[in-house]
Write a protein that binds this ligand. Structure first.
Ligand SMILES: [Mg+2]
Length: 425
């Protein structure tokens, strides 16, 4: 018997790898890893790659020999592709449930309360089949009365092929057995650090965690931990959030493909990140009131150097030339002749709505002058249509030899005209 709310947690299986395989179907059956920015470490891998003993987080140079010996396929991360595929998956999910909380690029929570219990699993399979048919992306789905239990259900939906990607734990008599089989550090919200604290106390699975006393949990894990425990008992403490929380900051940072030792190059890079961050602001109708630029050398070399500098804007802005003026001045402050820079980035904070700007007493304001806004809109529109960065500020540079390594990047199949898939019949 189940009454009340029913939540499904949807997770795209090996999402980055699946996105790659949709456009290169031979990859479905080959071992495949996707690398982090700058081709540093493995951030995603499919089942066949796991079978080779590769782990997430392993550095690329350690597994690169498997390219020759085991036919390992390697791709640089292609966020243009993953972001677009994610948006399509989420849009499809929204046609299948009245309430969808987008939790991450490949995860969402849905409300399935309106589906009768008897047909729930069937409906969940229909969701998987629809996304598979429309986007080619395989999903798994865990169903329960709380988010934490739905996550737990999904853990098993993924693990056991006989479940066919769906596990409904709402009325399940075996809920206890499943929780007993779930390692405590795999409980949503617990993680490795608390997992270790709990394991040291002999609490090594989700069932033992569920049955701890409230007092003990509160004392050791705080109110956040208690919430997790209550959720495991079927008491919902984490509501479905349909509106994304307002953004607090925008950050754009990259590791360089090679060490940067010239001021002009460091400026080009920071200008590029600034322009990118400004585009993000405008896309969300925000303006920034404070900029931080940060730089560092390689963590693996001697004389590690890391520094940041920041400034406040008198009036919040999302106008790229204004932000460039400030960020480039900060680079001058941070520049050191003897440092080989390996990474830089920009962080924008004190974000406000672009339509309700607080003006200051000292500037000259001509509010009827909408040319800056129009110029930015024209640039954004053209870049959206052609390709991000096609139209850019001279400060961003031409040669850009510092650019992040992405030696194995696949095409931006869905977002770039020149890279669309070609079908021959
Ligand atoms: Mg996933």
């Amino acid at each position: 018997m189940s009454t009340g709310r029913v939540i499904a947690q949807v997770d795209c299986n090996a999402f980055y790898c699946s996105c790659e395989a949709v456009f290169e179907p031979r990859l479905w059956t080959m071992p495949l890893v996707v690398l982090s920015n700058n081709d540093g470490v493995v951030i995603a891998l499919n089942t066949a790659a796991k079978a080779l003993g590769i782990k997430r987080g392993e550095s690329f140079f350690k597994v690169s020999r498997l390219i020759k010996t085991a036919g390992l396929q390697v791709r640089s991360s292609n966020y243009a592709l993953y972001g677009d595929m994610s948006a399509r998956v989420m849009a499809t999910l929204k046609t299948l449930s009245p309430t969808v909380e987008i939790y991450s690029i490949d995860e969402a929570f849905l409300c399935l309360s309106a589906i009768p219990e008897a047909s729930r699993t069937e409906y969940a399979r229909h969701i998987c089949a629809t996304v598979r048919q429309f986007m080619g992306i395989p999903l798994s789905l865990g169903i329960a009365k709380t988010k934490t239990l739905a996550k737990a259900a999904n853990y098993f939906a993924k693990q056991y092929p006989q479940l066919d990607g769906v596990l409904d734990l709402t009325g399940s008599a075996q809920q206890q057995e499943f929780l007993q089989a779930l390692p405590v550090s795999s409980v949503w919200g617990i993680g490795p650090r608390w997992g270790q604290v709990l394991a040291d106390e002999g609490v090594d699975n989700a069932l033992k965690l569920r049955d701890l006393s409230d007092f003990w949990v509160r004392k050791r894990l705080g109110v956040v931990g208690l919430r997790t425990v209550l959720e495991l008992r079927g008491m919902s403490c984490l509501p479905l959030e349909q509106c994304p929380r307002p953004r607090k900051s925008v950050c754009v940072s990259r590791s360089f493909g090679r060490p940067v030792q010239q001021l002009t190059e460091l400026k080009e890079a920071v200008a590029t990140f600034t322009a990118k961050a400004a585009t993000k602001l405008r896309r969300e109708h925000l303006a920034t009131g404070a900029l931080t630029v940060f730089v560092r050398s390689s963590k693996f070399k001697e004389n590690f150097f890391s520094a940041s500098a920041n400034c406040r804007l008198l009036t919040a802005s999302n106008y790229t030339p204004t932000l460039l003026k400030h960020s480039l001045a900060l680079v001058d402050k941070l520049w050191r002749k003897d440092v080989k820079f390996a990474k830089a980035g920009i962080l924008l904070t004190r974000l406000t709505d672009e339509n309700t700007l607080q003006l200051n007493l000292f500037g000259k304001w001509d509010l009827s002058d909408d040319r800056p806004t129009k110029l930015m809109r024209a640039i954004d529109k053209s870049n959206l249509f052609y390709q991000q960065g096609r139209l850019r500020f001279a400060a961003e540079g031409m040669q850009r030899g510092w650019q992040t390594r992405a030696q194995y990047r696949s095409n931006r199949w869905t977002t770039c005209w020149e890279e669309l898939p070609v079908v021959r019949v």
